[in-house]
Design a protein around this ligand. Structure first.
Ligand SMILES: Cc1cc2nc3c(=O)[nH]c(=O)nc-3n(C[C@H](O)[C@H](O)[C@H](O)COP(=O)(O)O)c2cc1C
Length: 357
């Protein structure tokens, strides 16, 4: 693929981060960012939840909040994409500025607060895509959130499930964004059990011939008790998998003084170690029975491979795109394939959880 990022990157960095993001979405919509799909190395093919992924590298939630660039991002080479988080009603999110680059640390702090156009606009775009003659190949999930002013959170997730279950390959229940007051409390044992029961009930009530898998996306900032509760509830409830993890509210020492006081979730390179350690623990606590999407600080094929060995069946990233551009997807797939072969694995599936054996 032609890599325009060495030219476009420095230009984008002259804009406020949110403006730069808006320009990127517009460029993707206009088709001016060259597609880099190519053909995936067969060693990268993997089957999870009965879904075929030509490669295990996905685009994490928050990049395409309104499902505007599903095909355009798949064409960049991702094996799967996860538009959202979407809330039932449109909402503006937090006041700006709410997105900060930490260039030296290759990190991002965001407190967007689920700014999005709402469920109807999101679903209609997916319907238009479903009815279109041509679609980019790849798996498409949807990440569900709740409106800031909704009192019973489960109501909002149920609305999301009803509208989107027929339109996507999987559903992610996001209870881990640090920017919606009270959201992360849904990770506690009882609230989580009640929430997941209602979500699964809503999915069953759709009466679909094929139920989209339901995945729970969790935070990296959890106590030992939280983690064992989540693992137990995830296994008992009958959900299909986990996404580990969202951004962190921690501020490691390397975060400069000027920005460490900014509220919000930290992502990118400093999140790699803590999120991988939570992934490793959750894989062990669930005895490898639930497929996990590993996300947090991935910026190379080696990082993706490390998450897979720690227990991830699939991986996602977002922040590294800001610093390396879309050509990273191609490099990541190539390097991951090489690492799998080097260690004698014939497929991604064989390497999942290898560190635990
Ligand atoms: C600007 C921004 C917005 C995000 N919005 C969402 C969101 O709406 N829902 C969600 O589940 N995660 C959201 N995330 C978290 C990412 O999906 C991912 O879990 C996190 O950034 C860690 O991955 P990374 O280090 O590769 O960025 C957002 C991240 C960023 C940087």
């Amino acid at each position: 693929m032609i890599d325009l990022f060495p030219l476009a990157g420095p230009l984008l960095f002259r804009f406020d981060p949110e403006v730069a993001h808006g320009l990127t979405i517009r460029a993707l919509k206009a088709g001016v960012i060259p597609a880099g799909r190519g053909v995936d190395d067969p060693v990268l093919h993997t089957r999870v939840w009965g879904l075929d992924f030509t490669n295990p590298v996905g685009l994490a939630a928050g990049f395409d909040k309104n499902a505007e660039v599903v095909d355009a991002t798949l064409k960049l080479g991702f094996g799967f994409v996860e538009p959202g988080s979407v809330t039932p009603r449109p909402q503006p999110g937090n006041p700006r500025p709410r997105l900060f680059r930490l260039v030296e640390q290759r990190a991002v702090i965001n407190r967007m607060g689920f700014n999005n156009e709402g469920l109807e606009a999101f679903a209609q775009r997916l319907e238009r895509r479903r009815d279109a003659a041509r679609r980019a190949p790849g798996v498409v999930g949807a990440n569900l959130g709740k409106n800031k002013d909704t009192v019973d959170a489960a109501d909002d997730y149920v609305i999301g499930v009803r509208r989107l279950a027929p339109l996507v390959d999987y559903l992610a229940v996001n209870v881990s964004s640090p920017n919606t007051p009270g959201l992360r409390a849904l990770q506690g044992r009882e609230p989580l059990r009640a929430l997941l029961d209602r979500v699964l009930e809503a999915r069953a009530a759709c009466g679909l011939s094929r139920n989209p898998p339901v995945l729970l996306k969790i935070a990296p900032d959890l106590t030992v008790e939280d983690k064992s509760d989540i693992a137990a509830v995830a296994l008992e409830s009958g959900i299909d998998g986990l996404i580990v993890s969202n951004t962190t509210i921690a501020r490691p020492d390397e975060i400069p003084q000027a920005l460490r006081g900014e509220a919000g979730g930290l992502s990118g390179r400093p999140l790699f170690a803590p999120s991988t350690s939570v992934l490793r623990e959750i894989y062990a606590l669930t005895n490898g029975k639930l497929p996990i999407i590993g996300v947090g600080g991935i910026s190379s094929g080696a990082d993706a491979y490390a998450k897979i060995r720690a227990g991830a069946s699939l991986v996602q990233f977002y922040s590294a795109m800001v610093y390396a551009g879309p050509a990273l997807i191609h490099r990541m797939r190539r390097d991951l394939a090489e690492l799998l072969r080097r260690d004698g694995f014939k497929s991604v599936g064989e390497a999942v959880g290898a560190d635990h054996r």
